[in-house]
Each structure stands twice: as C-alpha cells, then as structure tokens.
Design a protein around this ligand. Structure first.
Ligand SMILES: Cc1cc2nc3c(=O)[nH]c(=O)nc-3n(C[C@H](O)[C@H](O)[C@H](O)COP(=O)(O)O)c2cc1C
Length: 348
C-alpha cells in the first residue's frame, strides 16, 4: 500500500505541526483539501490537547496527525540557571520589571507519563508524530496495536536509523532550513544537513517512507524533493500567514518585514530557526553563558516577550520561520494547497 493510501490522503502534502500556531480550523482546512492536516500539541495540557483533537474531528472526516515532544526531561542545573537569569536581567530592567527568581519546566515530555498516549488511544487520530526523540517501546507498541501511524523527525542518519529500528512507520527528514525547533536528539552534535541532502541520505539508507521538511514554500521545491526520494513534503512556514493560523498580528507583520532567519538556542534552550530579532542580535553575544536545559530557558523567554509586548516591543518574539520565508504567500489554507498541487503537477 502506498503512503498516501495508508494515510488516506489525496496529495503528498503535510501541514507541519506547529505548537502555538496550529489550530483545529487550519488542520481541518488542509485535510479537507486532500493534504494531511496537523495539530502541534507539544505545548498543550492534556485537556487542551483533547479539546483541539475533538474540535478538529468535528471539522473534518479526513485524516490528520497530532504531534508531541519526546525530549529527555532534565533536572535543572541551578548554577547555569542563575547565571542565565543574571545575564538576562538587564533586559528585564530595561522594561522596568523584575527577572524571574526560578525557571520552571513549562512543558512535559510525552516520555514522562502515558497521559498523552492515553489521549491519542482514546481519540484515534490517523497519525501521531514526535519531535526531539523516539517514544518508549511500550508507547510505540500501543499506538501500533491501535492502528495509528507513527512518525518521528530526524535531522541526521543515525537518528533516522534509530527511528526505523524502533519500529516507527515514517521518518520526517528535517533539514537545516526548517523553521521552528530542530528535532535533533542530541543538540551538541549537529551536522546541519540541508533538506535535499538529508532526503537523499535517508532515502538511500532507510526502508520506511521519508517525508521532506525544511524550506519548502512552492510546488516546484516540493517536486525536487519528491524526485530525490521523499514520498511527501511537510510545510510549516508556508502556512503561518494563513488566516486560520494562530499567529498574532506582530508575528504576521514581522514575517513580511524581516524575512531573514537564524538559528538560536537562547529562546528555548534548544536550537530553533526564527526571524532575526533581539535574541540573535543582542542576547547571542560571543561571551554569552550556557543556556539552561530545554524547556526551562523558554520559561524566561516567554516572560520577557510577554512583558515587552505589553509595552509595545515585539522584538523578543519567538517568530519561528524557515530560511525561505521570503517566499511566503498570504493565501487561505485551502487555496495554498490548491496552488501547491497545481505547481507540483506543472513541475512534472
Ligand atoms: C511556527 C513553527 C512551529 C513549529 N512547531 C513544531 C512543533 O510543535 N512540532 C514539530 O514537530 N515541529 C514543529 N515545527 C517544525 C516543523 O515541523 C517543520 O520541520 C518545519 O516547519 C519545516 O520547515 P519550514 O517551516 O521551512 O516549512 C515548527 C515550525 C514552525 C515554523
């Protein structure tokens, strides 16, 4: 059975899961148009995740994927946290607010307990994808037994081989161009492989379907990656400007005004690509101290951004975007899918 038949979708186009940007409406619009819609639930509580899945199911009978984070939870190194807070305290002072005393672990990992697993088993989306790592063997077994397809992001060959060996159904080849967080398992070893190279590498060495993700904004670009061995493409940034995304006005404006991106780990504690702003230009000094573990660093960044935006300063926003963001189009999600499908067929 082909991948599209397995997923019961018409077009080899996936909406990337985007925590904070995904909405049930956006997911359903993509699914109803023949692509694979998605919900990024990594930053959601179990009850909010349940609401979003049920809302999507009410809007579409078609397949969609849900997405969770599989990072290894770490005990916060208090000395590193204290240095980081001290380093960033001038930014808080500038806004006339106090820096936090403590950093909190703001997101659980799917690996920490089975609450999210049980939610997925109860609500039965067609597919579930994971970022930053591989679920536990008992979790994979339960998902497979329920007939739910599993997908995990890989940024290099060893990750992809581990994903395949774990019995995961589909590997997402996430290239260095990708917007948002790199799915890399161990962030201290980053080969920064571009999407086209990664697709070729994984297609040669893996037996499971490979999905290309990173820097894809047009049907022509998708066609090139399908020719290189990908069985589908996954696009994130291309959909952020859609009306039904959750991106706020400041994010939408920045996407059009400052289409240059860079990777930093100073926002969340993990490397992620976004529009260049205060984090890249001011915080990432060469003598910057080490960042606390993910997602503790994100706690501070969110507080700083919230306080600054209240004062009209949006320069601390985590405005995630891929390196081809300048090619973004302001279209409704259904029209964007139609346009991508047309470009794909014209490229053949
Ligand atoms: C705003 C935004 C949020 C993202 N959030 C997630 C997420 O929650 N889970 C995930 O697996 N990937 C996430 N990603 C990464 C995407 O899955 C995908 O790799 C990326 O969007 C592909 O590159 P592109 O943005 O150039 O299309 C996010 C990307 C963006 C742009």
């Amino acid at each position: 059975m082909s991948l599209l038949e397995q997923l019961e979708i018409k077009h080899p186009i996936f909406l990337a899961p985007m925590a904070g940007v995904s909405t049930p409406t956006l997911a359903a619009e993509v699914s109803n148009q023949g692509g694979l819609g998605s919900l990024g639930l990594g930053a959601s509580s179990v009850s909010s995740a349940r609401e979003q899945i049920l809302a999507t199911q009410a809007l579409t009978d078609h397949s969609f994927q849900v997405n969770f984070f599989c990072h290894q939870s770490q005990v916060l190194d208090q000395a590193i946290a204290a240095k980081w807070i001290e380093y960033l305290s001038p930014q808080f002072s500038r806004l006339n607010i106090a820096a936090p005393q403590q950093l909190e672990c703001i997101y659980p990992s799917f690996l920490d307990n089975d609450d999210f697993l049980n939610l997925v088993l109860e609500t039965r989306p067609k597919a579930v994808s994971f970022h930053f790592g591989i679920p536990h063997p008992h979790q994979i077994k339960a998902l497979k037994a329920a007939g739910i397809l599993t997908m995990v992001s890989a940024t290099n060959l060893p990750e992809a081989l581990a994903i395949e060996a774990a019995g995961i159904d589909i590997v997402i080849a996430q290239g260095i161009e990708a917007g948002g967080h790199r799915g890399i398992f161990n962030q201290s070893i980053d080969g920064a492989i571009k999407t086209s190279d990664l697709v070729q590498l994984l297609s040669q060495h893996c037996h499971i379907p490979v999905i290309a993700a990173g820097g894809i904004m047009t049907g022509q670009q998708a066609h090139v990656l399908l020719q290189l061995g990908a069985q589908a493409v996954q696009l994130g940034t291309a959909f952020v400007q859609c009306k039904s995304s959750n991106a706020n006005a400041a994010y939408r404006k920045a996407l059009l005004n400052a289409p240059v991106t860079q990777i930093t780990d100073s926002i969340s504690g993990r490397p992620a690509r976004g529009l260049v702003n205060t984090w890249h230009m001011t915080v990432d000094q060469p003598d910057r101290p080490a960042v606390p573990a993910y997602p503790y660093t994100y706690d501070l960044a969110k507080q700083l951004h919230a306080a600054a935006s209240q004062q009209g300063d949006h320069s601390y926003g985590a405005f995630w975007a891929g390196s081809n963001v300048a090619q973004i189009r302001e279209l409704e999600a259904a029209d964007l899918i139609n346009q991508l499908v047309l470009e794909l067929s014209q490229a053949q």
